[in-house]
Design a protein around this ligand. Structure first.
Ligand code: GAR
Length: 293
């Protein structure tokens, strides 16, 4: 639950605790103030009392929560939170996108061939982001799990045909039409054609489930990587995020994170550990990079 709240509100550790405390204090103070106010009104117990009480606490709550958030240093979070509720209830007009913020929008396409757990985490991470948007999910496999995620998350999809990808325009037309700024490979198992690499210089990222330069290259993906790590009896593995060049798992390394390989690990248990590491690292690294350019 806490992990979901962290992702939804884009806050971490201590700030999450302070926010939850602010909600708790705000709720209690609102209830207390509401009852005090009700004592001053000539309304008898009954349905009218309940309706009036609900109206009073609905008005009091945003005022009280904003007031409490100031000394707790959370006014920035709560002013946006209250505003969002106002927009949902159609009491407040949504902010119009100024031309400036439109120009600054960073549009991401995710390319994936498999289950799509990384794609899911990236979508969640940027769901309410001010400027970064996941606008396309492309896959070379029409039955890939990632496409179901795209449908669930309302992200448009693109099925990649081998002929067009490698011998046609590599989907440059579609990517340009969608104004894609960055391509994020998340378990995409085809080599990226040179035409795409040249059109997105240093704007294509890949994640690999091992510590490159070890265990990379053609045919090294998913379980095969973990099986090779176990066969070599390594005592650590990890993940690598790198720019994509014209060789498999080869471009400049951006970030790596390590995890232990345990004596009783199977390829599945190691894969699970690596996946959790990927889910933490990839969205954060993407945000750092795309926000900088
Ligand atoms: C991930 O572990 C990713 O590192 C790997 O495929 C998996 C996709 O999982 N990529 C490679 O092996 C690339 N050489 P997912 O579909 O659950 O995100």
């Amino acid at each position: 639950m806490f992990e979901r709240l962290q992702q939804r509100w884009k806050v971490k550790g201590l700030q999450l605790v302070v926010i939850i405390c602010t909600f708790a204090i705000g709720g209690s103070v609102t209830g207390y103030a509401g009852r005090k106010l009700m004592n001053l009104l000539p309304v008898d117990n009954g349905w009218l009392w309940s309706v009036t009480y609900i109206i009073i606490i609905t008005i009091l709550w945003p005022v009280i929560i904003l007031a409490i958030s100031i000394p707790l240093g959370q006014y920035g979070f709560f002013s946006k939170y209250v505003r969002r509720i106002g927009v949902r209830l159609r009491l407040v007009k949504p902010k119009e996108n100024s031309n400036k913020s439109h120009l600054q929008e960073v549009r991401i396409a995710i390319f994936a061939s498999g289950a799509g757990s990384n794609a899911q985490k990236i979508i969640e991470h940027f769901r309410n982001h001010d400027s970064v948007k996941v606008v396309l999910i492309a896959s070379n496999k029409p039955d890939a799990g990632v496409l179901k995620i795209a449908i669930k998350e309302n992200v448009p999809t693109l099925i990649i045909d081998k002929e067009k990808f490698f011998r046609g325009d590599s989907y440059l037309g579609e990517l340009q039409k969608n104004k894609i700024d960055w391509i994020i490979l998340a378990g995409f198992l085809w080599k990226v054609p040179v035409a795409l690499i040249n059109s997105f210089p240093d704007r294509i990222l890949n994640i690999h489930p091992a510590l490159l330069p070890g265990y990379g290259g053609k045919g090294m993906y998913g379980q095969k990587v973990h099986e090779a790590v176990l066969a070599n009896r390594d005592n650590e593995s990890g993940v690598t995020i790198h720019y994509v060049d014209n060789q498999y798992d080869h471009g400049k390394i951006i970030s790596q994170a390590k995890c232990p390989v345990l004596a009783n690990d199977t390829a599945e248990s190691l894969a699970q550990r690596i996946h959790s590491l990927e889910h933490q690292l990839y969205p954060a690294v993407i945000e750092q990079l795309v926000a900088r350019k």
